[in-house]
Ligand binder design. Structure first.
Ligand SMILES: Nc1ncnc2c1ncn2[C@@H]1O[C@H](COP(=O)(O)OP(=O)(O)OP(=O)(O)O)[C@@H](O)[C@H]1O
Length: 316
């Protein structure tokens, strides 16, 4: 694994406010890291320090081996940044905007032409290259932003809320583009859209109050849910209360609850064990007919809440 972004004990204090308070994580080539956290957790401040817009109070950021505080120009050369929202310069066309960015990146002649054509193709904006940016749909505007970020083919891409405010089709398109680029880049995406975690990310770092509270795969995040491996069960012609009483006594069951609208019961296993087979055997032993039985993978919204709420709230 080639390490591309290394963040160590990063902190930013604004007076009394500890916006970022000792954050450490790294991102390798091929990884799409979902950087999650509630409003005010410190995501934007961290991203601004990675991209060199903001100087840290403490700690280091290295991008492709270059330290952002001592070698910001090399860092910027290795990094593409998609800020939140739409690109500025609304009265420009994507063609003139990308050429302008190419100039800033120091590209000229054939290199500039090739870079603009390749970024436009990869971002699928070739059909709108000569239309003012302000007249484009949100999805296209975001793709123009993406084209700008990848123009110099950087090994590291940082994106702030890349699909925020897009409709489901546009979200899908932008995610597809990001997935296509993932193989040869290290990508950091800040988001609070939890479905993005499964659709896009290979790893997640969750921060709350400026500190890392989780670093792992989407599956590991789901496993922290109390619903992980919980089984939803309904049985034909048996009263749900009776079913619940029977199931609650089984030795592999920790907890049970009735579902709304008579839709059966939910069974929480002890130690998050896999219990679908054992449970279906126990139901059949009673001579009951199972109408439906399935295990849940876990609920990201619930895990997210439980790990990002202040610890004083009594949450594990
Ligand atoms: N320039 C600043 N001066 C003072 N406080 C700031 C400044 N920038 C950010 N903060 C504070 O630092 C904390 C972290 O803010 P930040 O914008 O990094 O959070 P965030 O996770 O990006 O939130 P959001 O999801 O709402 O964008 C907040 O309490 C914010 O008010």
């Amino acid at each position: 694994m080639t390490l591309r972004v290394e963040i160590e004990d990063l902190a930013k204090h604004f007076g009394e406010i500890r916006a970022v308070d000792g954050v450490t994580f790294s991102v390798s080539k091929g990884e799409v890291l979902g950087f999650l956290g509630p409003n005010g957790a410190g995501k934007s401040t961290t991203m601004k320090m990675i991209t060199g817009f903001l100087a840290p109070t403490r700690g280091t950021v290295r991008v492709c081996g270059y330290d952002v505080s001592t070698d910001p120009i090399s860092v910027k050369a290795n990094l593409g940044y998609l800020p939140e929202g739409a690109p500025a310069y609304a009265d420009m066309t994507p063609d003139s905007f990308l050429k302008f960015i190419a100039d800033i990146r120091g590209l000229s002649g054939a290199d500039k032409k090739r870079a603009v054509a390749s970024a436009a193709e990869r971002s699928r904006i070739l059909n709108v290259m000569y239309q003012p940016i302000e007249t484009l749909s949100k999805g296209y505007k975001r793709r123009v932003g993406l084209a700008q970020a990848i123009l110099h083919n950087p090994p590291v891409l940082i994106m702030d809320e890349p699909t925020d405010g897009l409709d489901p089709n546009q979200k899908h398109e932008v995610r597809t583009l990001i997935n296509e680029m993932a193989e040869d880049k290290a990508i950091i995406i800040s988001t609070h859209i939890l479905e993005e975690v499964n659709a896009l990310c290979t790893r997640n770092v969750v921060i709350a109050s400026g500190k890392v509270v989780f670093d792992g795969t989407p599956a590991e995040l789901e496993q922290k849910s109390r619903y992980h491996n919980a089984v939803v069960l309904s049985v034909n012609e048996i009263d749900n209360t009776k079913l619940l009483q029977y199931v609650a006594e089984l030795d592999f069951v920790a907890e049970t609850e009735l579902l709304m609208a008579g839709n059966g019961i939910r069974v929480f296993p002890k130690d998050s064990a896999h219990i679908t087979i054992a449970l279906s055997e126990k139901i059949r032993e009673q001579g009951w007919e199972i109408a439906s039985l399935y295990a849940e993978s876990g609920r990201l919204d619930e895990v997210f809440r439980s790990i990002t709420l202040p610890r004083t709230a009594g949450v594990k």
